[in-house]
Each structure stands twice: as C-alpha cells, then as structure tokens.
Design a protein around this ligand. Sequence first.
Ligand code: GUN
Ligand code: FE
Length: 428
Amino acid sequence: MEHRFFLKGNLCHTPVLGRLEVHENAYLLCEDGRSGGIFAQIPPQYAHLPVHDWDDCLIVPGMVDLHIHAPQFAYRGTGMDYELLDWLKMRAFPEEMKYADPAYAQTAYGLFADALEKSATTRAVIFATIHREATLCLMDRMERTGIVSYVGKVNMDRDAPPELTEPGEGRAAQDTVRFVEEARERAYTRTFPILTPRFIPSCSDALLEALSRVRRDYALPVQSHLSENPGEVELVHRLMPDAAFYGEGYARYGLFGGESRTVMAHCVYSSEEEIDLLRKNGVWVAHCPNSNMNVASGIAPIRKYLDRTLRIGLGSDVAGGQTESMFRAVTDAVQVSKLYWRLVDPQAKPLTFAESFYLATKGGGSFFGQVGSFEPGYELDAVVLDDSTYPHPQPLSVQDRLERAVYLGMDRDSIREKYIQGRAARTI
Ligand code: GUN
Ligand code: FE
C-alpha cells in the first residue's frame, strides 16, 4: 500500500558531519517509509497529499543509541562510586542474575521499553543478559515500541558468578543458537538478534571460537565492549598475553567487523594498531561519554577517530550511563571533548554541537543502513519537539532552539510525536 504524506515544521538535520542544516517551515516528503526530500513549498504534483502540520515545532531525525544494557535500566543512577570492574561485580552482575526469573524480566523490561518508547530514540543496539527466555521477552516488548533494534543474549562463560555464566563445552554458544532460531521464528518486523560476547574477560577462547561459527552460520551482526577502562585493558592483556592488542582478541575469531557489521562500545584506550584495525574492518565505535565519566573510564579520543574516518555513533550505555536520554549523550560528548582538549591534548579540537548531533543520528544510523538524516532515500525516523514549553524572552534562531532543546534535555518532556520508518509511533 502506498503511503505518502508531508511532515511540516522546522526541519533540522546533519547530512554532513559538522554541518547543521535548518529548513524553517518546510515540508518533508515521506514516501513508503523513506524521505522523498525537503521542499520549501509543496510541489504541485503532490498537492493532494496529506500534511502533518507541526506548526512551529522542531523536527529532527530520530536518535540512534548504539549501546544500551536493558537489564541495567532498573538500577540506573545508583552505584556510581565504583570503577568498571568493581561496578560489574557489585551492581551489574547481581541485577542481571534476576533475569533468570521470567516474571521479573517481564516487569523490568516493560519499564525499560516504556522509557525507550517515550524517548527520542528510534533505533537501538541492546545488550540483554545470558537468559534466553528473558531476552526473547525483551524482544517482544521492543517490537511493540516501534523502535528498530538489535537485541543480544549475552554470552559469558567465566569470571562472573555461576548464575551468570554458562560454562562447559559450547553451552553458551548452543544457547545462543537456540536464541537466534527462536527470535527468527517469531518473525519480528523490527527487532533482530545480534551476537553478543560480553567482553574478553567474560569469554574463554573456546567460547569465542564457538561464537565465530555461530556468526558465520547465522550471518549475525556483532556487539561487544572494547578498551574501556585501564583495569579492564590490563586484565585482557593478562588473559590473552599473545594478542597484540585487545581488539585482536575478537578479530582472531572473526568477531571484529569485516564480514559482519560490528559495534564496539567505548574504545577509550585503543592503541594505534587497534585504531587501524577498527578502520580497516569498518567497525562502529559506540562512544558513551556519560558512562565513561560514571565508571571513571576516561575520555575516548573522538576527534582522533573522526580524523581517521572511523565509523562512530553515540551510546547511552545505561546503566554505566545513568540515563537513556540521547540528548544527554549529545551534550556529554561535546562537554567531555572540551575537557579532553583542555586537559589532555590541545591538538584535539572539541566537538561542535553539529558534530555531536551527527554522531547521534547519521553516524550511528549508518549501522542500520540509510538512517539518521532527511536526505532523499533515507528511512524516515523523526522526532517532533515542542520547545515552546520552555519560554524565552528574546528571539532565537531555529539553530539555537535546537541546541537549547538538546542541552536542556527536552527529550524528557517535549516530544509531541515520533515517526519510525515513516509511521507515527502512536499508531504502531
Ligand atoms: N564491560 C563488560 N560489561 C560491561 C557492562 O555491562 N557495562 C559497561 N559499561 N562495560 C562493560
Ligand atoms: Fe556497556
């Protein structure tokens, strides 16, 4: 069925890194879920199409969260006095154990999906836990939000409490195969499985080897963590002394881009060799500035990665990050880049607002295909923001209004509508 209409409002997007394009009171054509381009006036041949008139609202591409942990949402904003490895032991693992109980998972994942549905996020790459049933329950809930997502049953076979590991020859990988098959049987339209080794400290060589076959056999994308925290990097070095660098530990098992789309979260301490391989294999870096502050990991050198033309998006990393707000991620990415420039490397120019906005939309969106921009052909994900709820005495340009909306976190209370693949989220 053909489905065509216009969105009207103040359209803002970043088709090019660092260049925010503003089209005031303009019309965005939606054709079968994709953008048909932006028009100052409705062209005569389209005069009969319906117009969703959002008046003076801001309309921006949906936010892409390249890295978020659904089971950690329940305890977000607590336990922030730990560094990564202690935080995992003291906070993340005890909470994740609870997802063995389907009733708990149902409640907790319901709250998570509700929050994501209300947010500005239209695409997400999600970690669950090791539990197959609970992860499928999460996928059921995500499917109903309209958000397009990849969801991973986590793989762990060592260095965690027994309730959170699946030790023994191939057990974790076999369980992942069952998960993938059951997820595919459910024939979701927008919720897809992703292969998820938690990180090298949680995965034995035997498990990574088994997962390398699962990746090939099921043509799965991959997500994991990489070079996040000094303690973690040192631990990986001890666990895999013959790996030249952390990422090589994934790459030797074919779990580092190349054939399979891969997201690696953090990359705060990537060596030059690791950066070269991220680039060569086309791995997406999920930059998670809020989390990097909370678990005291450090600041990822994003300017350097941009200069090296890596693929980069932003992640909330809930609950290393305390909020699912991607507006907060955009703000934090700018702010931490300023500290990095001032305190670490005077050559590393801070990110501009437009650069950070690009990362949260078109940057991360590229993991999903043509996503994150209003250019013709792009899948039409859009968020309508009514910033009039935050009055101001002076005139503001649309550009200033957008920056203000992001910095003030208007994704919390000023979203009027969300479109995903050309459909109003409320009607999904
Ligand atoms: N590394 C391994 N597991 C995790 C996790 O749950 N959160 C973060 N931030 N880093 C990790
Ligand atoms: Fe994470």
